[in-house]
Design a protein around this ligand. Structure first.
Ligand code: ADP
Ligand code: SF4
Length: 688
């Protein structure tokens, strides 16, 4: 198989200032949780993308001044030579694979909490941040000059560290974008008022950085070309800014919206289609002939080629698509389109990288593990015990992932068995929840990969008990039997089942009963009781509302779908449910289900009662560990379990677990992970 000629255009080189990109694939800046604190993880994560064919790889947000300390979030800094030494690992890694390295030099302005340095964040005007609710310091002229000068110092250090592309970043309503926007900038001096005044600090910074490093590095400028909420500039001003600054810029990196409305730029697939930002970012060509890069969760090469051919962008930018598959360019080049592990748009990478401080991905178990566990997304070593036969019971996401990795590690025979008629476990039916169709890629990609592995056999419609497993005679057994939702309302709030909750009754339902068994509520009025705060409660509510029921979504969490705030889905999802007419209540614990209704207590101790005909229980899941315990009880030795049957987890973590066991199936004790490399200050400049 070779490259489809329709995709040739994606492999043309592009000149940006003094540098040449080898093709049109560009990894835009994205967060990882690594910053300068985990420099080896940072470099290894970017290296694998460079190796996968991306012509440029960029760091995340890298602050230029000490009053832009983003803690409690972890971001990079270029404050001193120590930071330089840590970040220098990125260009070193990129260059090894023929890619350019970019650094996202920036300043968060009003939004930075500065928990570490305890300095007040500087901003155009003294109005509390719409993102962090901090009230900033209004910048004096002295602050403006100091920050421009810090930018130059950081740019020089970046050049010395080996970076090829230096950003003067004002996207996502960071400081320079705040100066540009009347929403933040209400100054009445020469930096406020007219567009030329509001653009002044940005243009001064661009000019100073260009003077200092412009002959050695390409100067990139990231700008939110249009607000999609209230916090930016409109498209006409965005284009005017591009015209004003064009002579100072080698590469325009364009997106939409502010940091508070990041959910619309880094849009979850439940609300935004691939490439939706082009409505605005596709207009930038009107204002510049310089190279343009944009993003849009693009994973389909035909669409990428169309965009370049149409002339609107020169480069295909990506963050999430290359977290999910760092090797997209290579796979397109080799004509292996079906092997692309497409991003599902779940934004777990954002939750993991920002809130949980170490990036991970639902689709790609190796994301974030490149350095600390040495996992490569495309390379697998033959297992020392490859002559063994492995039986994997349960073909959900964890079992499928485990079987793929075992297959790639060359095990003599891998049998993947499932009781259901189709493989996929929960990933068979989660994509049928409203808005989650793209999550079907989890199953589709794995089915496609399994089909290519001659040493993996799939058997469906076969429920196995301990005797059947023993009779199968495999030397190694992996149990991946999952975790159904509790049928009795077991929950962490009351620490027990909910009295009256029994899913064998007609008016009590679990998600599996609704989705797999076709069970439906016996009446019109439904309460969905959710103690998880993730997608299932909201999914049940929307689905049943769509079937004509009147639904009230009651959650023990502070607000509906509270975890979805970390994936940028929360505010949009609550608005969506509200607009549909789904009633919602937060901070409510159900204490009993009785004929005709539920009753309980709010967090503040007020009693409540809701009349209803049926209740859907989304309280928690319970691991199906019966088979595993029976096998252990029967004295079988090489028996392991992975995924939700160990403990109910995020899809990303269940898949990771299946991957992990298979990577370490020949370790002395596969049940426990091998120690991973931890990056600690004393050893941070040595590889392990
Ligand atoms: P995970 O997320 O951990 O992969 P899932 O719940 O998605 O878990 O998948 C578990 C799969 O295991 C389901 O497809 C289920 O049909 C299958 N399964 C559970 N028990 C057995 C069993 N005893 N024999 C065969 N398959 C089983
Ligand atoms: Fe895409 Fe989800 Fe992976 Fe992020 S975590 S890259 S959104 S699949």
């Amino acid at each position: 198989m070779g490259r489809d000629p329709r995709h040739d255009i994606l492999f043309e080189p592009v000149q940006i200032g003094p540098k040449t990109l080898r093709n049109r694939f560009y990894q835009v800046p994205h967060c990882t949780g690594f910053g300068v604190e985990k420099p080896w993880s940072q470099a290894a994560h970017r290296a694998v993308k460079a190796e996968g064919g991306w012509a440029a790889v960029c760091t995340e947000y890298c602050t230029v001044s000490i009053d832009a300390d983003e803690t409690p979030f972890i971001s990079a800094r270029m404050w001193d030579d120590h930071d330089l030494a840590h970040l220098a690992l990125v260009p070193e890694a990129a260059h090894r694979h023929g890619s350019l390295a970019g650094i996202e030099l920036s300043h968060s302005g009003a939004h930075g909490e500065n928990c570490e340095t305890r300095l007040p964040p500087p901003a155009p005007s003294q109005i509390a941040s719409d993102f962090s609710n901090i009230t900033p310091k209004r910048m004096e002229k002295w602050d403006i000059d100091r920050i421009v000068s810090d930018w130059v110092t950081a740019a020089v250090r970046s050049r010395d560290a080996g970076f090829d592309i230096v950003y003067v970043y004002g996207g996502h309503s960071y400081l320079l974008g705040q100066m540009l926007s009347p929403f933040y900038n209400q100054r009445d001096d020469e930096y406020g008022g007219s567009l030329a005044n509001r653009a002044r600090m940005w243009i001064e910074t661009l000019a100073a950085v260009r003077d200092a490093v412009g002959s050695d590095c390409a100067i990139a400028c990231r700008v939110a070309i249009s607000a999609v909420g209230g916090a930016g500039i409109d498209l006409a001003e965005g284009l005017e800014f591009v015209r004003l600054a064009d002579h100072l810029v080698d590469l325009w990196d364009v997106h939409i919206g502010s940091i508070e409305e990041w959910s619309k730029d880094s849009g979850p697939s439940r609300f935004f289609a691939e490439g939706w930002q082009l409505e605005w970012t596709g207009k930038v060509r009107e204002a510049t002939a310089k190279p343009i890069v944009g993003v849009g969760r693009l994973t389909t090469p035909d669409r990428m080629a169309e965009i370049v051919e149409s002339g609107v962008w020169d480069l295909i930018g990506a963050a999430r698509p290359n977290i999910a598959d760092p090797w997209i360019p290579r796979k397109i080049d080799e004509g292996r389109i079906g092997d692309i592990r497409e991003c599902i748009g779940c934004n777990m990478c954002i939750s993991k990288g920002d809130n949980r401080r170490h990036i991970a991905c639902t689709q790609n178990a190796t994301a974030g593990e490149e350095h600390r566990r040495g996992w490569h997304p495309e390379r697998f070593e033959r297992a020392a015990n490859a002559d063994s036969e492995v039986l994997v019971v349960g073909a959900g996401p964890a079992g499928m992932e485990c079987a793929i990795v075992l297959g790639r590690r060359g095990m003599r025979r891998v049998r993947l068995v499932d009781a259901a008629e189709e493989v996929g476990g929960i990933t068979r039916w989660i994509p049928r929840l409203p808005g989650l169709a793209e999550w079907g890629r989890l199953r589709e990609w794995r089915v496609g990969q399994l089909a290519q592995l001659p040493n993996v056999e799939i058997e469906t419609g076969m429920r196995m008990d301990a005797d059947a497993v023993r009779a199968a005679g495999a030397g190694i057994v992996v149990v991946a039997t999952g975790a159904p939702w509790a049928a009795d309302g077991l929950n962490g709030v009351t620490r027990g089942p909910v009295p009256g909750a029994d899913a064998s009754l007609a008016h009590i339902l679990t998600p599996e009963q609704v989705m797999l068994a076709g069970k439906r509520p016996p009446g019109q009025r439904i309460v969905v009781y959710d103690c998880e705060g993730y997608f299932m409660g909201a999914g049940m509510a929307e689905l049943l509302h769509g079937e004509g029921h009147s639904v009230e979504l009651v959650t023990s969490c502070e607000k509906v779908a509270s975890f979805c705030d970390e994936t940028l889905e929360g505010p949009l999802l609550r608005r969506h449910l509200h607009d549909l007419g789904v009633a919602m209540r937060g901070e409510c614990a159900v204490s009993a289900i009785e004929p005709g209704g539920v009753r309980g207590e709010t967090t503040l101790g007020d009693a409540f009662e809701i009349e209803c005909d049926a209740v859907v229980l989304v309280t928690q899941r319970v691991s199906d560990e019966r088979l595993f315990l029976d096998l252990r009880g029967a004295g079988l030795s090489a028996v392991y379990r992975v995924g939700d049957c160990v403990a109910p987890r995020l899809l990303a973590d269940a898949i990771w677990d299946g991957h992990r066991l298979a990577r370490e199936i020949d370790a002395p004790e596969p049940a426990m992970p091998l120690a991973h490399h931890r990056e600690r200050p004393a050893q941070s400049l040595s590889p392990a």
